[in-house]
Design a protein around this ligand. Structure first.
Ligand SMILES: [Zn+2]
Length: 257
């Protein structure tokens, strides 16, 4: 059972804020226990603390941001430093790690969301607040949210789910399954996103085209300018089939891979 409190990178507990201590502990635990989902190499912590981007892979130099929570898995992830994040996402996007620990400090969930989830609409700008920095200077930060519940479940790749560990093969398979999104244009991602969400709502291994058509009205509300929702659904299913996300069984029947 992984315990967060087993790792003690903090020399003097009295000198750090509680939230800071949790950040240090979770980063330390992740760097020592989690491998890069892209190449399975070890992760390292950045030497300097930055508002975004906590860890990186030594091998493929992918960047990761870590968010942790004690209570339940986030519906909405609150964040700060909006401007810094936008700049970072344009220059070098990073993947998102989400760690959840129980009140006894055992880690019960750990997952990664690949960086391609950062699309306009998934980020919600919030209020501005004054934040005291280490040197006691006050800086204004714009807070923002990630609408975590809007991200399809298949993009949330678990290492640990309810205390149960996934194998390396399971993690890498799931990672590679959605990797095709890396090459897709931002504007086409929303449709892929919505199609995946619809398929997840059906919650079936096999489903029919008719069942997907039942989302027509729902999708029309999202895309009011589109007068050809049904053909678009068919086109998107074909797209997902070509990317090995789905299998075409026979006429009008699909299987989730
Ligand atoms: Zn890597």
């Amino acid at each position: 059972m992984p315990y967060l409190s087993q790792s003690h990178p903090i020399a003097d507990w009295k000198k750090v804020w509680w939230t800071q201590a949790i950040k240090m502990l979770t980063e330390h635990w992740t760097a020592n226990n989690i491998f890069c989902p892209s190449c399975w190499s070890a992760l390292m912590k950045h030497k300097i603390d930055k508002p975004v981007n906590d860890l990186f892979c030594r091998e493929c130099s992918e960047d990761f941001e870590l968010k942790s929570s004690k209570w339940k898995l986030w519906k909405i992830i609150p964040w700060w430093a909006y401007d810094v994040m936008i700049k970072q996402m344009i220059e070098k996007p990073m993947h998102l790690f989400v760690l959840k620990y129980a009140p006894d400090y055992t880690i019960n969930n750990f997952l990664v969301v690949p960086k391609y989830f950062f699309i306009p609409g998934i980020i919600q700008k919030r209020n501005i607040s004054r934040v005291k920095q280490k040197n006691w200077k006050v800086r204004l930060w714009t807070w923002w949210n990630i609408l975590f519940h809007k991200i399809p479940e298949s993009w949330k790749i678990h290492y640990i789910r309810e205390w149960s560990y996934k194998t390396r093969t399971e993690i890498l398979n799931e990672w590679n399954r959605v990797r095709f999104l890396e090459k897709e244009k931002q504007e086409s991602k929303w449709w892929i996103f919505d199609m995946m969400k619809c398929i997840e709502k059906l919650n079936k291994e096999n489903f029919s085209l008719e069942e997907m058509y039942s989302f027509e009205n729902e999708l029309r509300k999202i895309y009011p300018q589109n007068n050809n929702i049904k053909p678009k659904i068919r086109q998107q299913l074909q797209f997902l089939r070509d990317r090995n996300y789905l299998e075409f069984l026979w006429w009008g029947k699909y299987k989730v891979l």
